[in-house]
Design a protein around this ligand. Sequence first.
Ligand code: EPU
Length: 305
Amino acid sequence: MAGRARDAGAALRKVRDAYLEERVPLAGFTTWRTGGPARYLLTVNTRQSLIDSLRVLQDAGVPLMVLGNGSNVLVSDAGWNGAVMRLKESLASVEVGGGGLDAGGGALLGAAVSKALRASLSGLEFALGIPGTVGGAVMTNAGTFAGSTAASLESVDAVDRSGELLTLEEFEDVYRGPLVAGDLIVAGARFGLTPEDGASIKSRMEEVRSRREGSQPLAAATAGSVFKNPPGEAAGRLLDQCGLKGRTVGGASVSDVHANFIINSGGASSAEVKTLMDVMAREVERAFDVRLEAEVRLVGFEEES
Ligand code: EPU
């Protein structure tokens, strides 16, 4: 944290509809089940509490990150000396109307997918089984072979670090990159969907499910794909060809099912996951002269992404 950052605890505790905890280990909030404590863990339940909290953090010079579902992040064992924010309640709602779907940034993508299906609206089938939040999906353009977040995104309500609310309507469909400026916080998103009979929507979902079930270790503690696919290639294939499946560092192993997934098979530290990531990247670079770029976000490490 910046040396000039002040203790923001007292002011954060006064924010309405927000709940502050301090020095909470993040291992309980990440799908890898690793990670040390956050200085502040702040749960905000309304747009106003989001805005008020941002103003307090900005005034105190405390750095902020939004955690989402913690499904694409590696937090160092030392933790993070800033504020980690979680968006809940009215910031995690999902509503269907006007031929589309409105979701809070903290809503689980899965909740949006099933509400769209129940309303016979097509456009989110691609996201079946992606464990993240809507905000996380906007910040990473989450996707599968069946589509990406950008394709059905109509608008995003975002808040900047000073608490200003903006509505954005133009998005570039970048591969696994943010659809809005990286320092914005996604308060909500609207997806434009198309009416279609439930059976067709369901059968596309089944295809997504069966392809992922066959090729990914879905039941294990992972963060999904560790590295982005390099242009024209699949990171998983390169890692597999290096013989990395099953490679283990402490409690962290490369999945035997998909070589771009790291499993915490019990008691792994983030340092072990990171060491294994470095081994994987090094071996691919040595064998193929390709530099893999992390897809997971590194938090509290010297090299952050
Ligand atoms: N492959 C191997 N060995 C492996 C894994 C994959 O040879 O161990 C080969 C496959 O046979 C295939 C190719 O690599 O020919 C691509 O594999 P796959 O179809 O599993 O897709 P992917 O490119 O590895 C991407 C996304 C996933 C998404 C799937 C399914 C990235 C980095 N990953 O994986 O997204 O679920 O497609 O659509 O783009 C994520 O981003 O976290 C994620 C899981």
